[in-house]
Design a binder for this molecule. Sequence first.
Ligand SMILES: [Zn+2]
Ligand SMILES: [Zn+2]
Length: 341
Amino acid sequence: MRQAVTTAPGVMTVHEVDEPVCPPGRIRIGVEIVGLCGSDYHLFSGAHPYARFPQTQGHEFSGRVLEVGPGYVGPVAAGDRVVVEPFVECGTCVACRAGRSNCCSTLQVMGGHISGALAEQVVVPAEHVYQAGALAADIAALVEPISIGMQAVRRGQVTSEDRVVVLGAGPVGLAATLSAADIGAQVLVVDRVASRLENARNLGAERVVDNSRVDVRAAVAEWTAGDGAGVVVEATGVPALVRESFELVCASGRIVVVGISGAEASIPVIEFSRKEVSVYGSRNSVGLFPDAIDLVERNAARLAPLITHRFELDRVGEAIAFALNNPDQVEKVVIEIGGNP
Ligand SMILES: [Zn+2]
Ligand SMILES: [Zn+2]
């Protein structure tokens, strides 16, 4: 089978390798669609904190089940279209024991720590495989990023009573927007790219703010009658916006940081107590794939325009370079590997 390997920063080649075997407890999947995201771009360039080489990238994917491992008892059968929680947890650390395997202390994420989905076949833990129902392969590949935004919204305990500010309208910010709006919250989304703000509107944002032209603090103050937002979801990883979250949130409010960066944010210590804010980190998702599949199914038509570019497996390096060089044009790039979308 063919497998893409990032051999060094900025260098990806496609190799012919043996088909993987499927031991007990695992499921072998023929990959159909792999979505690329910001972390893939940073892993590719070597800038991501988890970057290592050589590595097969890819963690957002859909496919068809080719084989279930011996002794498997569960709903998934050969031929099913499935989506996969793309990590392997230890099962025994403090986070795993608390039911939060998404932040396992030795978490191994596909495409980062362990081999990912940019290949014709992958073998994954059976308990992380979910039937994708009637979803098309390309839309099904959006389930994982949608689950990331959903996790951030759950971490922030968003309710229908909340006014939520989402910083960043990339795929995760948009997923948080859709997820919060689906709960019934009112959502204001901040970005500096007009097409992304248009996507945010289409996915349920009540208000959008272009922070290259508009003062965000004033806009949020006006939107909340001076209170500030009940919840701020920081989905950029930009230190200045992590800092800004403390200005935008209301007294007693919640901040959820889901954006990723190795950079340091500088925050006056008094900001934690001044408004008695609750600050949450959010990583991957846990237990949310069934809800994420449902959310994607109900919004498939609205989500389809987020897939802006398609490439084949032997052009992944080119796809990533294109995305890095054209951030204003690219929302979601997908790699078409096999099957019939
Ligand atoms: Zn991703
Ligand atoms: Zn663990």
